[in-house]
Design a binder for this molecule. Structure first.
Ligand SMILES: [Zn+2]
Ligand SMILES: [Zn+2]
Length: 127
C-alpha cells in the first residue's frame, strides 16, 4: 500500500512539538490538511485480493492485488479473463485482506488505513 502515513507539520507552527497519544496514523489529512484529531475520519471497510493466476501465460503472469468494496464470490483475472471462483477458496487467490480505511471527514478522500485483518494468506508472506 502506498499510503503516506506520516505527515510532518509545516514550519511556522506554534514551535512546540505536539506529542499525541493513541493514534498511530497520520495526524492530518494528506489531501486537505484537516486535523484528524479534531475531525475524526470515518471508517470504511474494503477488501483486497492478492491473486497469482495460474492460467495466465508465464510471460505475463504477475501478482495482482484486486480491490473490492465487499467480499465477492468470484474474481475475473484482469490478465486472461479466467473466473476465479469461489474467490476466497480458489488456490490462485493467495491473500484476502479486510481493510479498514479512514475516510477524511474534511474532503472525503481515503486518507489512511486503520486496520488490516487477514482472512486468508497462503502466499508464504510474499504478498
Ligand atoms: Zn489470468
Ligand atoms: Zn481530507
Amino acid at each position: 500500500m502506498a499510503f503516506c502515513r506520516v505527515r510532518k507539520r509545516g514550519v511556522g507552527g506554534d514551535g512546540r512539538g505536539r506529542i499525541r497519544l493513541g493514534r498511530v496514523g497520520q495526524e492530518s489529512c494528506q489531501y486537505c490538511g484537516v486535523d484528524l484529531d479534531e475531525v475524526p475520519p470515518n471508517e470504511e471497510v474494503g477488501y483486497l485480493y492478492g491473486v497469482e493466476c495460474a492460467r495466465c501465460p508465464p510471460a505475463t503472469r504477475r501478482s495482482l492485488v484486486l480491490a473490492r468494496e465487499v467480499r465477492v464470490a468470484f474474481l475475473d483475472c484482469p490478465g486472461c479473463g479466467t473466473r476465479l471462483e469461489p474467490a476466497e477458496q480458489h488456490p490462485d487467490v493467495l491473500v484476502v485482506k479486510e481493510m479498514t480505511y479512514e475516510r477524511c471527514g474534511g474532503c472525503g478522500e481515503r486518507c489512511g488505513v486503520a486496520r488490516v485483518r487477514k482472512l486468508k494468506d497462503i502466499s508464504g508472506g510474499t504478498m
